[in-house]
Design a protein around this ligand. Structure first.
Ligand code: ADP
Ligand code: ADP
Length: 591
């Protein structure tokens, strides 16, 4: 059987190891040139000589090698390949002329690559990585298909495409003001800033903006570009629930006249936003295969049930399940933590949180728009910020995962684990036996924390936080940087661990499916119109918490008949109006 051998270049530190990959390779020991030194000094692994034993994968001290069987897709369908032992993308989405198409799949399976190829930013090499790629070859390959017309126009410069890039953090390094940056796109900058609600920020330097504001600036610049095809790579990152919905409405309006392609991991949002979607399956950093388009409802349902019938592909062994009715209160709650009213005063912001009770075994979601004080509240409980009034309850041990992660340490997770072994403030057995496999960290144990991708670092940080024995776990935006699959499996893992340890967790997040799967109850935050007074209350049971949140953001959800997953109602639809009138914004009324 043919193999795919992947070398993760940035992880391979060939000068700091003993070339264990080569030294232990059975074919090499038999005298075959299965692993040789390449022109850049790094190993090249022969896919024809490889016997798939996996010894190099285990021996590599930096987890830099992957050996896999080739996917079901036909080799003739390769669109792009990053080098001999590099990632390969099979098939492309069909770019819409009008309307919105989604792209849904795991991290590292080629979604950004597909967007760059469709936009003409990257000429696809069709697998021929050794030669310079040309549009002639691309047109030849796609002759007689829908993509032929697209690439013909792209190659002639007759179709303008613009990409909203995935990473917006880098914009904080720009020397420009918000307005000047958006104006560079050449179109109606004022109109675009107004559309995303940033008119009053036009003169501010980008260095002063929050992550959410940078995302809105990136979206505004894309909107201000005069194009035929608009490609949005993860527009919801850093945005709160209110802004996610606003951006969804903006993109839907855009889709009435233009073609829009969106990569998005917030399933409730993608479901609401797009007309149809391509699913992607594959292996992170190794290969990705793009499915045929499915109508939006069945795309998400297929993703949740985990089986793509048309292509006979299974992505998941167990389907993800939701419940349509609010969970029944489970009798007497065993109180773990009682916190008094807490107040924090900043020069331009005052937060008041009502007193509350947290029970053992419960995971409580913290929801609300950005800048309403959620992080400040969590920091007060974590002992990082001192309250101006009230004090966090004494005798509570806390484990805290902050919102923004930075890893200055060049150590790996395995080195951290060894250093913490025997420390009473770290449960090494729980970490190794439950959290490493549960968070799919096995493959990155030997990678320097500084080399981890955003999603890997997030999973590592959550794992390390959950392994510290505590009464109260505080997790600030654990779903950031995760793909939809990772979000759902992490939500379930957090809930299960907290229940099992009879601890309590407070989880700040904006992804409705994540919150639904993780939480037993909700705390709801809000602020006055000027943004100077924030207020937090709860925990409330799920139904009341969801109703409070969704009433304030004016959104209702209905249930999908097949999977019971919540789906955002169209504004003003019959169901939307009925549910608003009855005050049931999220759950079906109890039978
Ligand atoms: P996604 O958007 O689904 O996360 P990407 O298209 O960004 O996936 O990348 C898929 C894989 O392709 C990455 O995991 C990486 O290994 C590889 N890759 C991306 N860009 C490059 C590049 N310029 N050179 C080599 N490999 C790359
Ligand atoms: P959220 O987590 O809901 O986004 P935050 O708790 O981060 O909200 O912030 C709430 C408000 O408090 C914001 O207006 C923010 O600017 C302000 N704020 C947060 N930290 C500080 C600080 N250290 N000094 C002054 N103002 C702050």
């Amino acid at each position: 059987m043919a193999r795919i051998a992947i070398l993760l270049n940035e992880r391979c530190h060939q000068k700091e190891c003993q070339w264990e990959c080569q030294a232990y390779c059975p074919p090499v020991r038999m005298g075959q040139e299965c692993i040789v030194e390449g022109p850049n000094g790094k190993p090249i692994i022969s896919e024809t000589l490889c016997i798939g034993c996996g010894i190099c994968v285990h021996k590599c001290p930096f987890d830099a090698i992957k050996i896999l069987n080739t996917p079901e897709a036909d080799e003739a369908e390769i669109v792009h390949r990053y080098g001999y032992n590099g990632f390969r993308l099979y098939r492309l989405p069909t770019p819409p002329v009008h309307g919105i198409t989604g792209l849904l799949g795991p991290n590292g399976t080629g979604k950004s690559t597909a967007l760059r190829v469709l936009a003409g930013v990257e000429v696809p090499n069709l697998g021929e990585f050794a030669k310079p790629a040309t549009w002639e070859a691309v047109l030849e390959r796609y002759r007689g298909t829908a993509l032929h017309a697209h690439f013909t126009k792209i190659a002639r410069g007759e179709l303008r495409a613009v990409v909203k890039p995935q990473y917006v953090d880098v914009l904080a390094e720009s020397k420009l003001s918000t307005g000047a940056y958006v104006a560079e796109a050449g179109g109606d900058a004022d109109g675009a800033l107004r559309t995303v609600g940033l008119t009053d920020q036009a003169d501010r330097p980008m260095t002063e903006l929050s992550g959410g504001q940078l995302q809105l600036v990136a979206i505004a610049r894309t909107l201000a570009t005069d194009a035929d095809l608009y490609l949005f790579d993860e527009p919801s990152s850093y945005l709160d629930i209110v802004h996610r919905l606003e951006i969804a409405r903006v993109l839907r309006r855009l889709g009435r006249e233009k073609g829009v392609l969106v990569v998005e991991h917030d399933l409730a949002l993608l479901d609401y936003l797009a007309d149809q979607a391509h699913l992607i399956y594959g292996e992170e950093a190794a290969f990705g295969v793009i499915s045929h388009p499915l109508p939006m409802r069945s795309a998400v349902n297929t993703y949740l049930t985990g089986f793509l019938r048309d292509e006979n592909v299974r992505f998941r062994t167990e389907p993800v399940r939701f419940v349509a009715h609010p969970p029944k209160p489970g009798g007497r709650r065993n109180l773990a933590v009682e916190f008094p009213a807490l107040v924090k005063e900043y020069p331009r912001f005052r937060l008041t949180v009502e007193p509350g009770e947290l029970a053992k075994g419960e995971t409580i979601g913290i929801v609300g728009p950005n800048a309403t004080g959620k992080t400040t509240f969590v920091k007060m409980l974590a002992g990082v910020e001192a309250p101006s009034q009230g004090s966090p309850p004494p005798g509570v041990t806390v484990s805290y995962k902050p919102q923004y992660l930075k890893s200055a340490q060049s150590s790996s997770l395995r080195e951290r684990l060894e250093a913490l072994r025997g420390d009473p403030a770290f449960d090494d057995k729980l970490f190794e036996r439950e959290l490493v496999p549960g968070l799919h960290l096995d493959g990155v144990m030997d990678v320097a924390l500084t080399d981890l991708s955003g999603g890997e670092l997030q999973r590592a940080a959550v794992g390390l936080a959950l392994a510290r024995p505590a009464t109260l776990y505080l997790l600030d935006e654990p779903s950031a940087y995760l793909d939809a699959d990772e979000r759902m499996s992490m939500a379930r893992l957090i809930r299960r661990q907290i229940e099992r340890q009879a601890a309590t967790a407070l989880v700040v997040d904006h992804d409705v499916y994540f919150l639904d799967l993780a939480s037993d109850g909700l705390m709801v935050f809000g602020a006055n119109a000027e943004g100077t007074q924030g207020a937090g209350a709860g925990p409330f049971p799920m139904r009341e918490g969801m109703n409070r949140l969704l009433r304030s953001v004016e959104v209702t959800f209905r249930r999908d008949a097949e999977t019971l997953r919540p789906r955002i109602n169209q504004e003003g639809s019959v169901l939307d109006r009925e549910q608003r009138a009855s005050g049931e914004f999220y759950y079906e009324p109890a039978a």
